[in-house]
Ligand binder design. Structure first.
Ligand SMILES: *Cc1c(COP(=O)(O)O)cnc(C)c1O
Length: 304
């Protein structure tokens, strides 16, 4: 099987970087730039492109099997890639009760893109990294063994994905002192930090509650780069109750940011990172003369 030619999808790389005029930053002598990874590709936006691209190469035409929740952006991007590039995709979805309901819009889109959906109960989902559990999932979807499919972990974060995200850091060399990014599994931050240059640092804003992410990122960096890479930290204060949770304050912030910057703000991840970064700047966390970059990792549904 020949290597996939991803250039046929015309990704917009390097992604655009532009200045945003925002008095909550300028008041402190801080410049704010927006890194528009959401514009890389309409169906594989943001970090999903950067993480999937090296895995699609490694899959060498085998169907891709991966995992996600009912609203997973990663599942949707994987399904779209399968449709655009002509390979099979299997999505293992957390929550067997979902199978009995009409599919939500996100999963409907996956199905329309040709993804085979397989629903598992929550305890099976938690055990998905156990080879025996994976084997039984493969049997259930009619695949003999792990050699017949290419397995990508939940959220798309493996060593190749982290390596793919180093390009984001490279694109920001010389352009920033501090780079802010929302984190789900942390794969994007792991690669971004590794790709930045001397004197630059990355701050990750986890959107999930739990405090487990630091270890996960260190493990990914070991796997991808052989050890710790780059200067990064996590600010765990801005999850707003956890994944897909929000508050009136966060909603109001996101609406205001949209109005100020004419940008549809994705709510699961991007809104929380922008809120956290703005709160840090407003609290004087960055010395005057600092340039901060906010990575817009994905698109708002309303802009799709
Ligand atoms: C998936 C996603 C993330 C999280 O990326 P991780 O590599 O899992 O940390 C951030 N932002 C958006 C918009 C996403 O879709």
């Amino acid at each position: 099987m020949n290597a996939l030619d991803l250039s046929t999808l015309h990704p917009r790389l390097p992604s655009p970087l532009h200045e945003a005029e925002d008095e909550r930053f300028t008041r402190h002598g801080v410049r704010l730039l927006l890194k528009r990874d959401d514009l890389i590709h309409p169906d594989l936006p943001g970090n999903k492109w950067r993480k999937l691209a090296p895995n699609l190469q490694a899959a060498t035409g085998r169907p891709l099997l991966t995992f996600g929740g009912a609203y997973s952006n990663h599942l949707r991007a994987t399904a779209a890639a399968g449709r655009l590039l002509g390979f099979g995709t299997i999505g293992v979805v957390r929550g067997d009760e979902l199978a009995a309901r009409p599919l939500n819009p996100s999963l409907s889109q996956c199905a329309a893109d040709g993804m085979t959906l397989h629903f598992v109960d929550r305890s099976t989902y938690r055990a998905k990294d156990d080879p025996r559990v994976l084997q039984s999932i493969l049997r259930a979807v009619g695949r003999g063994g792990v050699e017949d499919v290419y397995v990508v972990p939940e959220g798309g974060s493996n060593a190749l994905a982290a390596q793919g995200c180093t390009a984001l850091g490279h694109e920001l060399r010389e352009a920033a002192d501090v780079v802010a990014i929302a984190c789900g599994t942390g794969g994007t931050l792991a690669g971004l930090a590794a790709g930045l240059g001397q004197g630059q640092r990355a701050i990750g804003f986890p959107v999930l509650k739990g405090g487990f992410l630091g270890d996960a990122i260190r493990a990914l960096q070991r796997e991808a780069f052989g050890g710790p890479a780059g200067d990064w930290s996590l600010d765990e204060r801005f999850h707003f109750g956890g994944y897909a949770r929000t508050t009136p304050e966060l909603d109001a912030f996101a609406e205001d940011f949209e109005a100020r910057h004419h940008l549809a703000v994705e709510r699961l991840y991007v809104a929380k990172a922008l809120y956290g970064l703005t709160a840090l700047a407003a609290g004087g966390a960055f010395p005057p003369g600092t340039t901060v970059v906010a990575v817009i990792t994905g698109q708002s549904d309303s802009s799709r």
